[in-house]
Structures are given as structure tokens and as C-alpha cells.
Design a protein around this ligand. Structure first.
Ligand code: FAD
Length: 303
């Protein structure tokens, strides 16, 4: 068996693997797609100590660093089941079963998409999902935020300090965000909130986003607004479906962890965007990967 088996090859999984391997213990990584969300990222300007980089470069760096150590990297392999027996067992889609004394789950998350024409075409060309990451790219420009839940209203407040104007589009007739956030957003002169709005299309000029079409659900009329950026804030879905009924998840599907990255199953740790750790960022997931690996090592020397 492995000492540490990491499931996931994003920043959290890579950091966990490096920290584990540096303890001289048998370490494996199973990843459906090495690099994770970072592979889809254009500009990265908040990876502290590296002023600017891009996703593919950072992914190449992660892989090189992992392979610098004695890590068994199993790429394009998907975990479909976890079971704790004598060891923790991870079953792969191809039927293979991997055994390990400890497992670190770092399967990340995915942004829920609008599924409207133009969204995929202009992803990274105006369509964005992370205000902390991409907000500054729209400095002085008009932007839209899709979704009036907490993350949408937080994004609007955040962006209002950077961009010229923010319009929030909410599908329902009420906002689901906390009252204190709504009050704050309403107090900002450059934030407009439109309810009963069904977004229907992302409009671009072939290079970049130039507008957004939506239908007013009360009148059925279609409108076009000029925006350079569209922040989609309709949910971040943890990749934890295969863990349902095996360990403790929140109602949103996040794996519940303690300060050491320990889950509800002894010997099973978790890190990064798939967990309850707040703020989903590269540097934060790396930190939590390191924590989980040290947590797993602690567990190993005590058991
Ligand atoms: P992920 O990166 O999601 O990696 C998950 C890994 O698990 C992948 O390897 C995946 O293939 C694998 N996996 C999933 N399910 C399974 C399974 N069942 N079996 C095996 N493997 C599995 N953050 C910043 O700090 N700065 C930025 O500029 C920035 N820009 C972003 C831009 C975009 C477009 C997106 C989508 C995100 C951005 N983020 C940014 C957020 C950042 O990418 C994430 O917070 C970070 O990647 C989370 O790391 P993670 O390792 O927890 O998960």
C-alpha cells in the first residue's frame, strides 16, 4: 500500500504530494486531469512572489516539482469510490483498486455555468468566474455579475471599487444574499441590480465580450446591455459526488475538514476547493494541501 495517496492533481494535490514525498514515504497521485482549474486559467497575477504567470506555465511547474520527488503520478485516472477497510481503498473508473494507509482528497470544484450561447466562446475573453482573480482586468470598464446570492453580491461590491459600473442580474424576483450585503450593494452609486432577469446570450465582437442579452421575465422583453466583463456567480460545485454517503459533506457537497485537514474518516484528509476551507484560490489550496500532507504524516507516525 501507499503511505499517502493523493486524489486530484490541482495545486492542492500537487502541494500535498510534494510535502508527503519530502517525508520519504511512499506517495502516489491519481488525477483525472493534472493541473485542475489552473490549466484553464489565462492570467494569474495573485500567486504571491510571481508577479504574473499563466495557467499552462504554472501547471508545468507543478508537474516538474512533483516529479522531482519519488512520486507515482497516475494521470487521466478517475476515482469513483472510497472505502475504509484495513487500508483506505480508492477504486478507479477502470476497475483498479489502490490501497493506502492515508488518502488526501483534493478533487477541487467547478464553476456552475450559465449554459448560454457565447459563454464558452468568450470564456477568458470577458466571461470570468473569479472576481479576486480577474476583477482588475476590467478596471474602468462596465461589467455584469450573474447571480444575486452571497457570492454575486460580494462580487458586485468588490468589483464596484475597481470597475466603472456593475450590473447584477438575478433570475428570481428576490436576492438570496444576506441583508447586510444587499444593503451595502444598494448604497453604492455604481451598482445596479436587475431582478427577474434571465440571461440569454453573451455577445462578443469576435475577440472579446461587448455585451449581454437578457429577457425581463415580467414583460418577456429582450434587452441588450453593453459590458466588457461578465462574472458568473451562480455557484461553485465541489467534485465530491463520488464521496456521498462515505464521509461528512456539507449540504453544498464540501468535504468537512478540521484545522489539520482531517475528514470524518480517520486517515482520510482533504484539501483545496473541494473542502469547507473558505476562499477558493491557488495559493490557499496549496497551503491546505501542505496542511493535509503534514496532517497525514502526523497520523502515520501515531498509528
Ligand atoms: P482543482 O484545481 O479543481 O483540481 C482538482 C483536481 O482533481 C484536478 O486534477 C482534477 O482532474 C482532479 N479530480 C477531480 N475529480 C477527480 C476524481 N474523481 N478522480 C481523480 N481526480 C479527480 N485562483 C487564483 O488564486 N488566481 C487566479 O488567477 C485564478 N484564476 C482562475 C481562473 C479560472 C478560469 C478558474 C476556473 C479558477 C481560477 N482560480 C484562480 C481558482 C483556482 O484555480 C482554484 O482555487 C484552485 O485551482 C483549486 O485547486 P484544487 O487543487 O483544490 O482543485
Amino acid at each position: 500500500p501507499y503511505d499517502v495517496l493523493v486524489v486530484g492533481g490541482g495545486p492542492a494535490g500537487a502541494a500535498a504530494a510534494i510535502y508527503a514525498a519530502r517525508k520519504g514515504i511512499r506517495t502516489g497521485v491519481v488525477a483525472e486531469r493534472f493541473g485542475g482549474q489552473v490549466a484553464d486559467t489565462m492570467a494569474i497575477e495573485n500567486f504571491v512572489s510571481v508577479k504574473a504567470t499563466d495557467g499552462p506555465k504554472l501547471v508545468a511547474g507543478l508537474e516538474q516539482h512533483v516529479l522531482d520527488y519519488d512520486v507515482e503520478l497516475m494521470k487521466t485516472q478517475k476515482a469513483v469510490r472510497l472505502e475504509k477497510k484495513e487500508f483506505v481503498e480508492i477504486e478507479l473508473e477502470n476497475g483498479a483498486i489502490l490501497k493506502s494507509k492515508t488518502v488526501i482528497l483534493a478533487t477541487g470544484a467547478r464553476w456552475r455555468e450559465m449554459n448560454v450561447p457565447g459563454e464558452q466562446e468568450y470564456r477568458g475573453k470577458g466571461v470570468a468566474y473569479c472576481p479576486h482573480c480577474d476583477g482588475p482586468l476590467f478596471k474602468g470598464k462596465k461589467t455584469a455579475v450573474i447571480g444575486g446570492g452571497n457570492s454575486g453580491i460580494e462580487a458586485a461590491i468588490d468589483l464596484a471599487g475597481i470597475v466603472e459600473h456593475v450590473t447584477v442580474f438575478e433570475f428570481a424576483d428576490t436576492l438570496r444574499a444576506d441583508a447586510v450585503l444587499i444593503k451595502k450593494a444598494n448604497s453604492l452609486p455604481n451598482v445596479t441590480i436587475i431582478k427577474n432577469a434571465m440571461t440569454t446570450e453573451v455577445i462578443g465582437d469576435g475577440q472579446r465580450v461587448i455585451g449581454l442579452k437578457y429577457t425581463d421575465r415580467t414583460t418577456d422583453e429582450s434587452h441588450l446591455v453593453d459590458v466588457a466583463g461578465i462574472f458568473v456567480q451562480i455557484g461553485l460545485v465541489p467534485n465530491s459526488e463520488f464521496l456521498k454517503d462515505t464521509l461528512e459533506l456539507t449540504n453544498r457537497g464540501e468535504i468537512v475538514i478540521n484545522a489539520h485537514g482531517q475528514t470524518s474518516i480517520p486517515g482520510v484528509f482533504a484539501a483545496g476547493d473541494v473542502t469547507t476551507a473558505p476562499y477558493k484560490q491557488i495559493i490557499i489550496s496549496m497551503g491546505s494541501g501542505a496542511t493535509a500532507a503534514l496532517g497525514a504524516f502526523d497520523y502515520l507516525i501515531r498509528n
